[in-house]
Design a protein around this ligand. Structure first.
Ligand code: NAG
Length: 416
């Protein structure tokens, strides 16, 4: 009995308390945190609604703190989901699996050898992170993401293609695209329409289903046409092989953990076998599969997420993947290319890739926010860098070969 107790104490002592735990223990400070959270997220509620939102927020903040204390390899944080109801959160998804099973297994003819890592983001072959807003149109973003890298490979041009054409046109007249859909239906629509798809510039995203005006917008599929699609065999190996060739539309199950993801490598074991979201896989390394989400670049790791290799089966990550089949037209695409994402994942520093050579001035917590700095104990104990406490005192001397940059951190001069 004594031994058992002692072991428990050791285990408790090892768990690192989340940066927000102290605040959440005090009702007054929790309310204060809620106020700052609303200011940061630009949320305003009527007095009658505010109490309900506060309760949602407090429960979410406690969930985030506990999730971080689990020390799973991923980091979780407060974000725009933190005061939403479950119904509201659903509107940011949009995979309608009705009538779709897992992909069939194909027998692969030859065991293919793939590179150890490929990150299409590193070679400027992935467009910037987009934002679906509160419309269940993830399926259009997954499909367009699966196309963009592959079109770039054929044409030499990274183009930003139009989710809105798919949203308006794929289920035109039959149902509202914001209520959900299926990515490969997008490729089928293009195939039936001469392989076409507009650019986002010519068919901007509106976050609501409108009437289809595809035929009156210029076709941006110049150097290649979409002639159909391929379903990827439902195994991680087959997905990696397909990803070694280009981006993929993939689907999986979003859970509470996923919604609050802030960085690191996630390995979610709370899935229940119900896929509900489509996204784009844009690379892999031996330790993660890199995915671009469509919730803006303030969500997650600059809009991206790293899924652990060997991701739990129940999340379905490798079971519903597809990509478009392209046929080169021989016509040169002379349009200016669209912007590539500037995000470059680094395996060595999964959560915060900024250089921080001064060992005395780092955030101890990985989920610091500027508005936590109002608590001096959090600022000093966990978030020195975020709270700009690096210049305390005279700052001291920088290590040789470095200088003190304006932000108070020692770096090589050219990195300031
Ligand atoms: C989901 O898909 C099924 C089959 O295609 C369709 O009948 C149904 O209307 C869709 N649900 C919604 C909410 O659009």
């Amino acid at each position: 009995m004594k031994i058992f107790l002692a072991l428990c104490l050791v285990a408790t002592a090892l768990a690192v308390e989340d940066v927000l735990r102290g605040v959440l223990k005090s009702p007054r400070e929790t309310l204060q945190l809620y106020g700052s959270f609303k200011a940061k997220e630009h949320l305003k509620y009527a007095a009658s609604e505010d109490r309900m939102r506060f309760r949602l927020f407090r429960a979410n903040a406690q969930f985030v703190a506990s999730a971080n204390e689990e020390e799973s390899g991923a980091v979780f944080g407060l974000n725009f989901f933190s005061a939403m109801t479950e119904d509201e959160k659903q509107q940011y998804l949009g995979l309608n699996v009705t009538g779709h099973g897992e992909n069939p297994f194909h027998v692969s003819s030859s065991p293919s050898k793939v590179p150890e890592r490929i990150l299409w983001t590193d070679s400027s072959q992935v467009t910037a992170v987009k934002n679906q807003g509160s419309c269940g149109s993830c399926w259009t973003f997954g499909a367009v993401g699966g196309l963009e890298t592959r079109y770039q490979q054929v044409s030499g041009k990274l183009r930003n293609f139009a989710e809105q054409e798919y949203l308006d046109c794929v289920y035109e007249g039959s149902r509202n695209g914001c209520n959900g859909g299926w990515p490969s239906d997008c490729y089928e629509y293009s195939k039936k329409n001469g392989g076409r798809l507009a650019s986002t510039a010519n068919y901007p995203y509106a976050a609501k289903d409108g009437s289809c005006t595809g035929s009156s917008r210029p076709d941006a599929m110049i150097a290649a046409k979409i002639i159909g699609f391929m379903d990827v065999s439902p195994s991680e190996k087959a997905n990696i092989e397909a990803l070694a060739e280009g981006s993929l539309s993939v689907a999986f199950q979003v859970t509470n953990y996923f919604q609050q993801y802030r960085g690191g490598v996630i390995n979610d074991n709370t899935c229940t076998g119900r896929p509900n979201h489509a996204v784009t896989a844009v690379g892999y390394t031996p330790s993660f599969v890199l995915v671009k989400n469509s919730w803006g670049s303030s969500w997650g790791d600059k809009g991206f997420v790293k899924f652990a290799r060997g991701y739990p089966e129940d999340c379905g990550l490798f079971k519903y993947s597809s990509y478009p089949r392209l046929e080169a037209t021989g016509v040169k695409d002379t349009h200016p290319k669209d912007a590539a994402t500037t995000y470059k994942p680094s395996e060595d520093d999964d959560v915060n890739p900024d250089p921080q050579p001064d060992p005395n001035c780092e955030d101890v917590a990985v989920n610091c926010e500027k508005y936590y700095c109002q608590w001096s104990n959090i600022a000093e104990k966990y978030c020195r860098k975020t709270c700009e406490l690096c210049n305390d005192g005279d700052g001291g001397d920088c290590p040789s070969g470095t200088i003190r940059c304006d932000d108070g951190i020692c770096r090589h001069e050219h990195m300031c």
